[in-house]
Write a protein that binds this ligand. Structure first.
Ligand code: DGL
Length: 278
């Protein structure tokens, strides 16, 4: 029997537009679902703030998204997950899915070089990430690379061009590029500049993110809980039509335009509504 909650939307939140890279993967895997996307742009970026501040912001974001009425929550932010996932899980009776830098899949590639993990300063300082590194450090050499200021550039829509290239060139000037065989994108914003990262690295390299894995994991959980939405949709075709309701914590028409554009780049058009919820 179908769970009565199955028709409710899936809630997704991030500090800003980064979580759209996760949402795009979820829409592709679960085209029958409806979504709420909350971008906490008023408080972005999270990654340079103290952990207790981010924990409070993430809990507030979760509270807002859940108040709209959802059947499960995706914390599409590595930084918020590291700071608050346990606290969020303890408050709600629906499934809560978080993100962590995809170190496991990178190690399992079995490449001979080092693994570079790009993430926000807070993610890399956090207990969760350091436990993850401890677990895998015997199998690969893992190099954490904090990227302060990178989320701000992406959040302003400058996902390609001179500014981002200069930022990355400077960042990579501190590492031995030849020794690196894989890069883990441990922040959902960085997935939006994957091409620039490869370009500035200037060599063939595996770039791994956790988005597809998170979408698969979410599908497994929804299946297990009998929470999959079985509504009839037109045969999924490109462009995929997604039903997404956006909420932004500041009055940001420009943010919403960017979210829609990013989804469109992934072959997704949205029948969407937008609300400001300061
Ligand atoms: N997308 C967030 C993450 O995955 C960015 C955090 C921030 O706002 O600094 O960590």
């Amino acid at each position: 029997m179908e769970n009565p909650r199955a028709k409710l939307p899936i809630g997704v939140f991030d500090s800003g537009i980064g979580g759209i890279s996760v949402l795009a993967e979820i829409v592709k895997i679960l085209p029958k679902e409806e979504f709420i996307y909350f971008a906490d742009t008023l408080h972005a970026p999270y990654g340079g703030k103290p952990e207790d501040v981010v924990r409070a912001l993430a809990m507030k974001a979760a509270e807002f998204v859940s108040s709209v009425g959802i059947k499960c929550l995706v914390v599409a932010c590595n930084t918020a997950t590291g700071a608050a996932i346990n606290e969020i899980r303890s408050l709600y009776d629906f499934p809560v899915v978080g993100m962590e830098p995809a170190v496991k899949p990178a190690v399992e590639l079995g490449l001979s070089g080092k693994i570079l993990v790009m993430a926000t300063p807070l993610t890399l300082k956090g207990k969760k990430f350091n436990e993850l590194i401890c677990h895998y450090k015997h199998r690969s050499e893992i190099i954490p690379l904090p990227c302060p200021g990178l989320v701000e550039i992406i959040e302003h829509g400058r996902t390609c061009g001179r500014e981002i290239e200069d930022y990355l060139s400077h960042l990579f000037s501190f590492i031995d590029k030849e020794a690196i065989s894989a890069i883990v994108l441990g922040c959902t914003h960085y997935v939006l500049i994957k091409k620039e990262i490869v370009k500035v690295m200037g060599k063939k390299i595996s770039v791994i993110d956790g988005n597809y894995g998170t979408a698969r994991h979410l599908k497994t959980i929804l299946q297990k809980e009998q929470l999959l939405n079985n509504r009839v949709v037109e045969k999924p075709e490109i462009p995929l039509k997604a039903n997404i309701k956006f909420y932004i914590s500041e009055n940001g028409k420009e943010v919403i335009r960017r979210c829609r554009q990013l989804l469109q780049n992934e072959g997704i058009v949205c029948e969407s509504e937008f609300s400001h919820c300061g």
